[in-house]
Design a protein. Structure first.
Length: 366
């Protein structure tokens, strides 16, 4: 990848994780191993699964997949309770310039319903056969343990191919706070300070590590062993994208699923991609936050978007495990470059020369 400079990861974090390969929870056997499908060495059928971690570009990814590539998604389509789409008959609905199956993978009930509809397999209806191109959900455990779980009657189980966009947890939590503030303003609910939010008993710290090891209970402490298990899940089972490297991450995703999404014959909307990656991405916060390390605490400033040193340090302390995991994802992002290079060679030899339709423009932030 000539001309591309990958991000640096902390060598201290890399050393911390070196030679630590703990067992991972059994539901991850329902996901393909990274090296298998990046290198093209696994012929097993699979469906791309984007794990949507809140405020890490998930809305943008859904629009890139649904609007720019015109893929059929199983995501968070919701509908009135009296709608005909509530039935368990699979349907494809066009909404917001994208195509969705009539399932909601944001809830456990919705995931169970989607499993009963067998959406990860070819679905035959009176209007023809339906395939979904990608699964999008924030519920990692529900998707891996239920949606992609193997039934006794499955002769050819469908596995998931997981990919993510990773973001600095401090930026993620600040973005989450201001997003919540915007929602409260719209609904008329009472707003609160960032410090109050971070220190509230209901605040969920270390979101990624908790979900990866199944410790959503806020009373459960996160241990170093949990962090090691989380890193092992990502190392073995997840293709890493970085929000700070949106252009390169999107290029890799298109390349990785080139054959699965029939990219060779698909019409790509480059204007749509440019908008989503650089200036018109979804769910952008109205407030541009920045850290002023000369301000001791939030009582010393009334300026919107200014984060004081004490609050910043509190966010970092409460998300220490996620910060270490984020550093490791930067390392994995670089390590996986080798696998992509190998895959590019194999595609070229096969005659499937990829036209890179990603616009070459400056990298945006979210």
């Amino acid at each position: 990848m000539a001309g591309y400079n990958p991000p640096n990861a902390s060598q201290q974090v890399i050393d911390l994780f070196e030679n630590e390969n703990p067992l991972i929870p059994p539901q991850y056997s329902n996901l393909l191993d990274v090296e298998d499908y990046i290198s093209g060495g696994n012929e097993q059928k699979y469906i791309p699964f984007f794990w949507h971690v809140y405020r890490t570009g998930g809305g943008t990814m859904a629009q890139l997949l649904g609007e720019c590539l015109q893929l059929t998604l199983a995501s968070s389509f919701s509908f009135p309770i009296d709608s005909k789409f509530v039935s368990d008959v699979p349907r494809i609905i066009r909404y917001d310039n994208a195509k969705y199956m009539n399932v909601n993978l944001w809830t456990r009930v919705g995931i169970q319903r989607a499993k009963s509809m067998a959406i990860v397999h070819e679905v035959k209806t009176d209007r023809g056969e339906i395939w979904i191109d990608a699964v999008i959900s924030p519920d990692l455990d529900g998707i891996t343990a239920t949606l992609f779980s193997k039934k006794d009657t499955d002769s050819s189980p469908m596995k998931g191919a997981m990919f993510i966009l990773s973001r600095n947890p401090i930026e993620r939590e600040i973005s989450k706070f201001f997003s919540t503030q915007q929602q409260n303003t719209k609904s008329g609910a009472r707003n609160f300070s960032l410090s109050d939010w971070i220190n509230a008993p209901i605040y969920s710290d270390n979101t990624m590590v908790r979900q990866l090891v199944g410790k959503s209970d806020l009373e459960s402490d996160i241990s170093m062993n949990d962090l090691l298990v989380a890193k092992e899940v990502l190392r073995r089972k997840c293709v890493i994208g970085l929000l700070q490297e949106k252009q390169e991450s999107w290029r890799r995703i298109q390349h990785l699923f080139h054959d699965r999404w029939n990219m060779k014959d698909r019409k790509i909307d480059t204007v749509c991609q440019d908008r989503m990656l650089n200036w018109g991405w979804k769910n952008r916060n109205n407030v541009k936050a920045f850290i002023d390390m000369t301000i001791g605490d939030e009582l010393q400033t009334k300026e919107e978007g200014v984060i004081d040193k004490t609050t910043y340090n509190t966010i970092a302390a409460r998300n220490q495990m996620d910060l270490l995991l984020y550093e490791y994802t930067k390392h994995l992002f670089v390590e996986q470059t080798r696998l992509y290079e190998d895959h590019e060679v194999s595609l070229s030899v096969a005659g499937n020369h990829r036209t890179d339709n990603t616009p070459v423009v400056s990298n945006g932030t979210e």
